[in-house]
Design a protein around this ligand. Structure first.
Ligand SMILES: Cc1ncc(COP(=O)(O)O)c(C=O)c1O
Length: 488
């Protein structure tokens, strides 16, 4: 499965059999490694723990409570069946008015009610994935390009490029200034495109960032807006992690910048949103395009026929998001729980001196393991990644799959598992770091001319780590951790 049989190449289209999906990247290889040996607390305690999936699974209890208390909203229930007929036949690509109203209100709430969204500009899509492809189809011709600051979400290579023929060109951001998107980096990327004779049609930013977990400050957003305005290119802002900000400074949406006294052609600005991360509903495929450009609203609405949100889902979401009390509580509680996860995780890494980018949003951490690389190359990064997957049994994602310009960075997701799996994952990382350090010291001491020990776990200790559900070490972060305090 996955790879196309060569004999099919002549039978099927080039697009279908080509590599445009980007499945052959280490990002997806990690998923496959997990699928071949998935961790299960009782059935496969030595299996791979999936830390490569940016899912928000920390608040399902709240959602389940709401669903139980509102049985009408699901329609296919005895309480909801009266609405079934009308909803089942509804197929207007504008979407249910109550859905658009509720989503517009939710988008404002997530942005602290500092801005308003017009329900008539809400266009549906199959998740943010579908929204990005629709934007690429609307804004660029095959061969034209979008600039994208690095590191960026690997799915963009599929979503924006595969079926549209649009290109993505990196805006190289660096760790020396915490991967800030500077005017200099933007100009350099734009110039490189001009030299290569590629027409740039837009800039795609992700705020808060996946994989960095950081937010763009007001100054950076203003400078980005003035850049795209001067070049007369589009700005697509992926804000699907807007409600994952768990500490100060708060999130600033591009929509807030639009309300300020700035000179900018509003026709150039578009927001991509979805409920996949903020609510934790990737399975519902609720994606949103919000454009300030009337023509883009119209075109993308026509294209949305290929990726509408089912009317049953619209009905459920409309009811849920119209419940102000629930939404307020959910947003606050979700951010609080993410903050606790982040704190536990970073405290664990601090104990063994593993660096990471300071962040205050997202479902992941951008971990710095460059000190464990044998040399500063992406080959060495892949070697280390294989050790982490095959011996430490953690699926983390290497920076190269996010087009990071520097080797040694890894994205680690921490919100797609329960507390005990998270503790075990942390235990594995901490033990790995300690063993790596021991090895380093040993190597230094012995300074063998040849036959040096490989970077690998001792079998006996590894067996312990694979199954230990809580840390026994006196240096354990767990007993004192906020995760434990929150539970007790
Ligand atoms: C930045 C970013 N954009 C888009 C997506 C796709 O989201 P959806 O599930 O809504 O299609 C993801 C998923 O991880 C993402 O991280």
């Amino acid at each position: 499965m996955g790879f196309v049989d060569r004999s099919q190449e002549n039978l099927l289209s080039k697009m279908a059999t080509g590599n445009g999906h980007g499945e052959n990247s280490p990002y997806f290889d990690g998923w496959k490694a997990y699928e071949n040996d998935p961790f299960h607390a009782s059935e496969n305690p030595r299996g791979v723990i999936h830390m490569g999936l940016a899912e928000n699974q920390l608040c399902f209890d709240l959602i389940q409570d709401w669903i139980k208390k509102n049985p009408k909203a699901s329609i296919c229930t005895p309480d909801g069946v009266d609405a079934f007929r009308d909803i089942a036949i509804f197929q207007d690509y504008h979407g249910l008015p109550e859905f658009r109203n509720a989503v517009a209100k939710f988008m404002a709430k997530v942005r602290g009610n500092r801005v308003r969204f017009d329900p008539d500009r809400i266009v549906m899509s199959g998740g943010a994935t579908g929204a990005h492809e629709t934007m690429a189809f609307c804004l660029a011709n095959p061969g034209e390009a979008f600039l994208v600051p690095t590191p960026y979400y690997p799915g963009f290579d599929r979503d924006l490029r595969w079926r549209t023929g649009v290109q993505l060109l990196p805006v190289v951001c660096e760790s020396s200034n915490n991967f800030k998107v500077t005017r200099k980096a933007l100009e350099a990327a734009y110039e490189r495109a001009q030299e290569a004779n590629i027409r740039v049609k837009g800039l795609l930013i992700t705020n808060p960032s996946n994989p960095l977990g950081t937010i763009l400050d007001r100054e950076t957003l203003r400078s980005i807006v003035s850049f795209i305005n001067e070049k007369n290119i589009h700005l697509v802002c992926d804000e699907i992690y807007a409600a994952t900000v768990f500490s100060e400074p708060g999130f600033v949406s591009i929509s807030e910048i639009m309300e300020e006294e700035i000179t900018c052609n509003r026709d150039l600005i578009h927001i991509v949103y979805s409920l996949s991360k903020d609510m934790g509903f990737p399975g519902f495929r609720v994606g949103i395009i919000y454009s300030y450009n009337d023509a883009v609203v119209n075109c993308s609405r026509k294209m949305s026929s290929f990726g509408l949100v089912s009317s049953q889902t619209q009905h459920l979401i409309a009811s849920m998001l119209s419940d102000d009390e629930f939404v307020d509580r959910f947003i606050a509680e979700s951010a609080k729980r993410l903050g606790i996860r982040h704190e536990v995780f970073t405290q664990g890494l601090d104990q063994v001196g593993i660096g990471y980018l300071k962040s205050n949003a997202g479902l992941f951490l951008w971990m710095d393991l460059h000190h464990l690389l044998k040399e500063k190359t992406f080959e060495a990064e892949m070697k280390l990644w294989r050790v982490i997957i095959n011996e430490v049994k953690l699926n983390v994602s290497p920076g190269s799959s996010f087009h990071c310009s520097e080797p040694g960075w890894f994205r680690v997701c921490f919100a797609n598992m329960d507390d005990s799996t998270m503790e075990l994952a942390l235990t594995r990382i901490i033990t790995f770091a300690r063993q790596s350090e021991e090895l380093r010291i040993q190597r230094k001491r012995q300074c063998w001319a040849s036959n040096r020990p490989r970077l690998s776990f001792s079998k006996r200790r590894m067996d312990d780590i694979m199954t230990t559900q809580s840390l026994l070490s006196p240096h354990s972060p767990i007993p004192q951790s906020p995760l434990v305090r929150a539970r007790t």
